[in-house]
Design a protein around this ligand. Structure first.
Ligand code: 6PG
Length: 226
């Protein structure tokens, strides 16, 4: 597992709202540029709760939604209507409010056998994603690549990853897939992230998130200072 410290861009904001708003503006800009130059914007959304603020901001920005293709960096092994589903979070927070064609929303099928669902998902991915949006757990995981799990060494593009510390399986991008995208953004907010984030900022630790190459970090002061 190659580790990196804060290689890439680090932007620090006073509040989670400011970090989310900046990420939303950058998303809109990246989408406009991709559609202008390549005719489409292929973006993978992250899971968890942090993106909710960004989704709310995004609804009101100028984004060429008709040319946006939505993917997911990971998914829990639950159905699409489950509160725990990353798809459900994105649907409620964003996708129900913007005109992305349904055929361009590519859900990871968490209700299926995870290995089969992962293989089928890999087959529908574009050659290269324009952007992978990620978060970071308090333990330094990203996507569903948790400390000590086999997925850290996963090969291919999308895998099923057993997460014993949560007594569950997940479907997740591999680091190869994450690092093959044109860009990788990490939106990290809240004091609970500070113990790990501070180590990473000092080039210390061996956390899964440190295998994300040249990320653009959008963080708030609480995540940086505790
Ligand atoms: C997931 C996410 C995961 C998330 C982090 C941070 O499915 O849980 O993909 O990697 O980004 O756990 O989650 P919060 O934003 O809820 O802190």
């Amino acid at each position: 597992m190659t580790t990196h410290n804060l290689a890439g861009i680090l932007e620090v904001f006073d509040t989670p709202q400011a970090a989310a708003a900046a990420a939303a503006r950058a998303f809109a800009q990246a989408a406009r540029e991709a559609v202008t130059t390549r005719g489409a914007f292929h973006v993978a959304l992250s899971g968890g709760s942090t993106p909710k603020l960004m989704y709310t901001e995004l609804r009101h920005l100028e984004v060429p939604w008709k040319a946006v293709h939505i993917y997911f960096s990971d998914e829990r092994t639950v159905g699409p209507n489950d509160e725990q589903s990353n798809y459900h979070t994105a649907q409620v927070g964003l996708l129900d409010h913007v005109p992305v064609p349904q055929s361009q929303i590519h859900r990871m099928e968490g209700e299926r056998d995870p290995a089969q669902a992962a293989a089928d998902y890999a087959a529908l991915l574009p050659v290269q994603l324009d952007l992978v949006l990620l978060g970071m757990g308090d333990d330094g995981h990203t996507a569903s690549l948790f400390p000590g799990t086999a997925g850290l060494q996963g090969t291919g593009r999308v895998i099923a990853n057993e997460v014993p510390q949560q007594q569950t399986w997940r479907i997740s991008f591999t680091f190869a897939e994450i690092n093959a995208a044109r860009e990788r953004w990490l939106l990290v907010t809240g004091a609970s992230k500070a113990p790990v984030f501070q180590q990473i900022a000092q080039g210390q630790g061996h956390y899964p998130v440190q295998s994300v190459e040249t990320p653009h970090w959008f963080v708030d002061k609480a995540a940086l200072e505790g």
